[in-house]
Write a protein that binds this ligand. Structure first.
Ligand SMILES: Nc1ncnc2c1ncn2[C@@H]1O[C@H](COP(=O)(O)OP(=O)(O)OP(=O)(O)O)[C@@H](O)[C@H]1O
Ligand SMILES: [Mg+2]
Length: 408
């Protein structure tokens, strides 16, 4: 069902697959966060006391997760809603989200909290501690509570002097207040940096750990489908595009599980479709987008340079198949046949099946190939292999040159 606005918009922007590109921007927080529902619940439980028993304690929670696993988006969405719910229950609660990479020192962090609370700070040189005291007084006077999220906290931990770290996590030991008004949400990519800290600091931070796992391919598909509905016109993005992008980034398929990279690939694929005046985003657009977005793309040639001879022969064989048949997937048996043929031509002894399988896994982990199991309709279960990178003549030349170099 389309609303009148969408229908009319479609007429005026017939040359684009995008309905609203801003919905793909990294700062946009979507109304739903598929597969993070349980994390929002965990956060709610962790901070529940702030609303049900305000002032009794200062909560500390740490979120841990790799790049693009939704830490920032989820905590912001949580903060916004939690604040609303507190309000309906008569609790004055503010949620302040800080980025330790942007506010690089304790002083700048304190200033930013004040700023977000709209609390003016006199410009005479106050110390971080003094600013914090002003913030606390401000909360006291208004009977308010605060959740502060320190995003990219790894950065603060690795660059700040120990005394600043101490101050930040142990503020209440110094302030001697009875009503606890400030609660903490720390966000890091890895726990390593925290576990390496002094025990007293560590124990303060690691009260409650919430882990964000890298997304699987199926999870990324749901995330992408949601965004497609918001950002693209209906039926402009084919299902195979979504599946390809999700498989490339899905953690269970050898990817990094990074939703940001997946969404960015989708956006670039859309731009490439517009460039080609194509009414739909095709698999070819997605593949080209992948090679542009994939952070590994630029080092792809470098990694090919370091491939061992038989990885390289196998890759060349798959490319030969692709150039002949232009199919999306090739059965393992077919790939092995082509590989053996090429070995004979080059005067090389072909490796055994298990070894070839290892090469496939290696190429897959490098983002060069993707694999999946054949479904019903094919006799027996077999591995299907597909190229994840666009095959340009330049790339083929490069590989051929490498091969010749190795065989001399
Ligand atoms: N479950 C989800 N549903 C919808 N969009 C998501 C989801 N998880 C992440 N995203 C989107 O993916 C992008 C990256 O997410 P986010 O910025 O929250 O990751 P992060 O874990 O904070 O990464 P980093 O460690 O790099 O800061 C954002 O555009 C975000 O909106
Ligand atoms: Mg983040």
């Amino acid at each position: 069902m389309q609303n009148p606005r969408d229908i009319l918009n479609e007429i005026f922007s017939a040359t684009s697959v995008f309905k609203d590109k801003s919905k793909l921007s990294p700062d946009y927080i979507p109304p739903r966060l598929p597969h993070r529902e349980d994390k929002i619940k965990e956060l709610g439980l962790a901070f529940k006391d702030v609303v049900t028993n305000p002032g009794s304690s200062s909560q500390r929670v740490i979120i841990v997760g790799r790049v693009g696993t939704g830490k920032t988006a989820t905590s912001k969405a949580f903060g916004q809603e939690f604040k609303n719910i507190a309000k309906t229950r008569g609790i004055k609660l503010e949620y302040v989200h800080l980025n330790c990479h942007r506010q690089r020192t304790l002083y700048l962090l304190m200033l930013e909290i004040a700023n977000q609370l709209k609390l003016p700070i006199p410009s005479r040189g106050l110390s971080s501690q003094e600013i914090f005291e002003l913030i606390h007084e401000y909360l006291e006077k208004r009977g308010m509570y605060l959740i502060v999220a320190f995003d990219e906290f790894d950065y603060f931990l690795s660059t700040s002097p120990l005394e600043d770290i101490y101050f930040l996590v142990r503020i209440y030991d110094e302030l001697n207040t009875t009503v606890k008004r400030v609660n903490y949400l720390f966000i890091v990519r890895e726990l390593g940096i925290v576990t390496g800290l002094d025990k007293s600091v560590k124990d303060h931070i690691m009260r409650r750990v919430i882990e964000f796992k890298p997304y699987t391919s199926a999870e990324l598909q749901d995330i992408l489908q949601d965004r497609i509905k918001e950002a693209f016109y209906e039926n402009t993005v084919m299902d195979d595009v979504v599946k390809f992008i999700a498989d490339t980034h899905g953690y269970d398929k050898g990817g990094t599980g990074n939703a940001r990279a997946a969404i960015e690939t989708l956006e670039v694929a859309g731009e490439l479709a517009d460039r080609d005046n194509s009414p739909i985003v095709t698999l070819e657009h997605a593949k080209e987008a992948n090679s542009r977005v994939n952070p590994e793309a630029s080092i792809l040639l470098d990694s090919i340079r370091y491939l061992e001879l038989h990885d390289l022969i196998l890759l060349r064989a798959i490319i030969a198949l692709y150039n002949k048949e232009r199919r999306e997937f090739y059965q393992m048996g077919l790939v092995e046949e082509e590989y053996k043929k090429l070995c004979e031509e080059l005067g090389e002894e072909p490796r055994k099946h298990t070894q070839v399988y290892e090469y496939i896994r290696r190429l897959r982990s490098m983002g060069i190939l993707s694999t999946r199991q054949s479904g019903k309709g094919m006799r027996g279960r077999t591995t299907l292999i597909s190229l994840s990178i666009p095959i340009s003549p330049d790339l083929v030349d490069f590989i051929d040159k490498e091969l010749r170099g190795r065989l001399q």
